[in-house]
Design a protein around this ligand. Sequence first.
Ligand SMILES: Cc1cc2nc3c(=O)[nH]c(=O)nc-3n(C[C@H](O)[C@H](O)[C@H](O)COP(=O)(O)OP(=O)(O)OC[C@H]3O[C@@H](n4cnc5c(N)ncnc54)[C@H](O)[C@@H]3O)c2cc1C
Ligand code: FES
Ligand code: FES
Length: 464
Amino acid sequence: MPVRFQLNGVLIEENDVSPSMTVLDYLRENRLLKGTKEGCAEGDCGACSITIQSALGRVKTVNSCLMLVPQLDGMSVLTVEGLSAPDAPPHPVQQAIVDNHAAQCGFCTPGFVMALYAFTQTGETVTPDSIHEAIAGNLCRCTGYRPIVDAAVSLGSKAEKVIPPAIEQSEYYTDGNEDFFAPRSLGDLVALKSQHPEAFVLAGGTDLAMRASKDRQPFGQVISTANVTELNQIERDEVSVTFGAAVNYTRALPVLEDIAPSFAQLVRRLGSRQIRNLGTIGGNICNASPIGDTPPCLIALDATMIVHGTGGRREIPADAFFTDYRKTALEPDEILEAIRVPLPSPELVFRAYKVSKRFDQDISAVVGGFAVKIENGIVISARVSLGGMAARPARAPTCEAALIGQPWTLDTAIAAGTVLAEEFTPLTDFRASQGYRARVAGNLLQRFYLDTTQQDMPVEVMAL
Ligand SMILES: Cc1cc2nc3c(=O)[nH]c(=O)nc-3n(C[C@H](O)[C@H](O)[C@H](O)COP(=O)(O)OP(=O)(O)OC[C@H]3O[C@@H](n4cnc5c(N)ncnc54)[C@H](O)[C@@H]3O)c2cc1C
Ligand code: FES
Ligand code: FES
């Protein structure tokens, strides 16, 4: 079956495009749609932003440099050229950029236009925070952001909603050399994984697509989880929420906000809206990066990884899932099916902290997940988990022992922080030195204490 999608209103069928080709290359080279720019080719600048929408879904802005062409199957795709007809007046978003003098060299402008177009389509209330979040994934090097924000403010959220046509999706695409499988059921996914052990499992692709966009390496065989029904579900019962491994951050966020607001706050700083629209918690876990943002939070919350292979389903506690640097407990024939997060009990005090050089769109130097229960002023249980401090995200048992049985006071937090700083031997790299990581990790315990006990104490400095 060909890859079928609507591009700027025209139905396209592609039969011989390499499945390893990025959407950005495809748009610019095969379709000569050069309005979509290449800045970084790694998801950082937003110059390549386009929007995608399925018949049932909402408009999403994504980085076309991090998408493979078969991921467009069934989508309606809009590039900056498609916002208004060639002989029609500019689209209101484009006109707002002009009216507010929001472009100088203009290189970033198509990306901003597409991010703002998607923003108007979400129907969000226009506030400084919502604008900030909507364009945090777009860099401008010469105009400065004030006129761009002015343009966003002038737009409001009054856009007409467009419902794209339903386009049948295929389960298999090949250009004759490489294969792209897009199974719809968990059974088919597991069968394909065992039949093609060398195939790359692709969720959102925000990590994996770097192989195509940066390394320029073909994939050979890809098995996409994006259309697997079971992996796209979010199920809630009295004791837990289970996120299918292919649920993207944008979908997970409202649920996280409800069950663990601090975790949601951290996820809002994970990448940009473009990244969160495609990227998944499952991908973050299976990537097993020592500086991934969600694993320390999931370990602190005592989550369970549900994995599935030819032998069936099994469950692995989050703190046993990460075995070494970028290694997990998954067997070669297994995939991650879902992540079960227990609903935090009312007496659980939980916070997640991300320390990075920039507030937005930055990889963490240190991530901390802290969960304690206090009874009569005494810490009766503690789970402390850190990322960025070792080859894998890990609990801090000595620090936990230094907390349990102690009164929940600043002195206890400081003492446990000292233990924590000594418990790991972090690396020095371009994000942070060993000394900085150790010290900041220890200090996070003080922050945790102050944050959860001194309501009036500001522990976060925000730009206004
Ligand atoms: C600009 C940019 C900013 C970023 N910022 C952050 C950040 O702030 N914090 C952070 O933690 N990460 C960040 N990332 C990394 C990335 O976005 C996240 O790790 C994301 O969660 C990956 O999810 P994905 O669905 O895109 O995974 P993919 O790229 O599709 O896959 C990642 C890995 O997981 C495997 N995999 C995926 N799903 C499964 C499954 N169900 N079973 C088995 N294996 C599977 C894949 O084979 C691959 O090895 C950033 C990336 C970019 C490009
Ligand atoms: S080219 Fe920079 S985000 Fe895609
Ligand atoms: S106008 Fe030049 S980079 Fe934004």
